[in-house]
Design a protein around this ligand. Structure first.
Ligand code: SF4
Length: 153
């Protein structure tokens, strides 16, 4: 049986992004040869509609482009993701970089100015506290190469 891991649903082609689109990374899907990948979208599972206003983290709160505090939705989504981690004993998650939920190393500045700063999304923070290794889409491709090269040795 393959190990179960989480992946941001938008990376698998699900149209769950704030703008109703996706961030499909076809190459990453080849990891399904090695893992049983469970797609998650913490924002949708936290109760947000699609499409929705974009949101950014500012001083620990999540604020949407209309100035509304939507932090609770983000914490609900992170809680839901952590429940899946507990149920399936998940050790690895591939999450979408720069998202206020899924950002791994970077998030937007909080000023809606297009700038990116170092930081983690709300779900990433929660999963890491549970001991999950969280990697972004580029690191997932590195992992894929590593696994493929082991097979050819
Ligand atoms: Fe993708 Fe995560 Fe944003 Fe959902 S919350 S659209 S999975 S980046």
């Amino acid at each position: 049986m393959k190990e179960k891991i989480l992946i941001s649903a938008c990376l698998t082609g699900e149209n769950c992004r704030y703008d109703g689109k996706n961030c499909l990374k076809k190459d990453i899907l080849a990891l399904s040869k090695y893992y049983d990948m469970i797609p998650i979208c913490p924002e949708v599972s936290g109760g947000m509609k699609t499409p929705r206003f974009p949101s950014e983290i500012k001083n620990g709160s999540v604020i949407n482009a209309k100035g509304k505090d939507v932090t609770d939705f983000y914490h609900d989504g992170a809680y839901w993701a952590s429940s899946i981690v507990r149920i399936y004993n998940i050790k690895l998650a591939i999450l979408k970089e720069k998202s206020p939920s899924c950002g791994v190393h970077f998030i937007h500045s909080g000023n809606f100015d297009g700038k990116v700063i170092e930081g983690k999304g709300i779900t990433t923070q929660r999963l890491e506290k549970l001991g999950v290794k969280v990697i972004n889409e580029e690191e997932a491709l590195d992992l894929l190469k590593e696994l493929e090269s082991k097979e050819t040795k």
